[in-house]
Design a protein around this ligand. Structure first.
Ligand code: RIB
Length: 303
């Protein structure tokens, strides 16, 4: 990889999924057979979506991750958005994929198959990290395996680790994850993940617990219709949402994460970064699909 002077780069080691999206009247219930009104295949995965959001926001982002034999479209989608794709590898077997129901209110529920995303090896991770340096950012979610290993190696190199602990699972309560969490500089999470991480349900209590558990880290807590809150030590900033008619909420959180992180990379003050991210995710909510719904920077600025 060519060096880019002193520009901060983000390496996103994350999932790439094919999203099979079914439009339904309501979420299917146990024992029910439900006909869909529409079906589309989109590029998605929390990793891919966040890389695309970063690239569309204007950041220098390198995606690393594994795709199966049917994953060419995922690679193309990243490249088309301006994501650096040279670290993405194709392996034998199936890509990660999801089955997503979107109901008439634009709400979703997601069934996730890890596939290639769960076949990371330490050798592959070491090989990619070798090309990154101090102050570069490592962005992670929890749809790939070996996340604690990635955090530990990146931290040793002096990289800044940003974690979106999504989807939160019980493995994250284990000692490897808990030890690695201490090396995370910024957590970007929603209130469900906040509750899973801290055992607290109220946003205020989640934030206080995050501060006591990780006193040196920034927490950005997203609260759905109640907006988002940034916390670093005793500094707090709150941002409302920009109301839109919800068509499909898939990837709204990923859009927020990518845009907010890009604002940090640009050195933008937190309140402005939150506003930019809130606008970008409002636009994403008003469109169908995951990656396909992520707006370009121009569109966000004009919103
Ligand atoms: O956050 C949205 C993403 O979660 C979808 O694109 C889907 O692939 C799931 O991973």
């Amino acid at each position: 990889m060519e060096g880019q002077g002193n520009q901060i780069r983000a390496l996103n080691f994350g999932s790439l999924n094919l999203d099979y999206v079914y439009s339904v009247d309501h979420m299917v219930r146990p024992k029910e057979t439900l006909a869909c009104t529409d079906m589309q295949v989109f590029c998605g995965g929390k990793g891919l979506n966040q890389s695309i959001a970063l690239a569309k926001a204007g950041a220098a982002v390198y995606h690393a991750g594994l795709i199966g034999e049917e994953g060419d479209g995922l690679l193309l989608e990243c490249a088309k958005a301006g994501v650096h794709t040279e670290y993405i590898r194709t392996i034998s077997g199936k890509c990660g994929h999801t089955i997503i129901q979107v109901d008439r209110d634009g709400q979703n529920c997601i069934l996730l198959y890890g596939g290639a995303n769960r076949r990371m090896t330490k050798e592959y991770i070491d090989e990619v990290l070798r090309d990154f340096k101090e102050k570069d950012i490592l962005l992670l979610q929890n749809e790939v395996n070996l996340v604690p290993y990635m955090i530990e190696r990146a931290y040793e190199k002096g990289m800044t680790v940003v974690l979106n602990p999504s989807p939160y699972d019980k493995e994250m309560d284990g000692s490897d994850f808990q030890k690695a969490f201490q090396k995370v500089s910024m957590f970007i999470l929603n209130e469900v993940e906040g509750e899973q991480m801290t055992g607290e349900a109220q946003p205020e209590k989640i934030l206080l617990k995050m501060k006591s558990l990780y006193p040196e880290s920034i927490t950005v807590l997203t609260l759905g219709e109640k907006g988002s809150i940034y916390q670093y030590k005793d500094e707090r900033h709150q941002q409302r949402i920009y109301p839109v008619k919800a068509v499909d909420t898939t990837a709204a959180g990923d859009t927020f994460t990518g845009y907010f992180l890009s604002s940090v990379m640009e050195g933008m003050p937190a309140p402005e970064g939150l506003a930019l991210a809130a606008k970008a995710s409002a636009i994403a909510v008003s469109k169908s699909g995951a990656a396909a719904s992520i707006p370009l920077r121009d569109e966000v600025e004009r919103f």
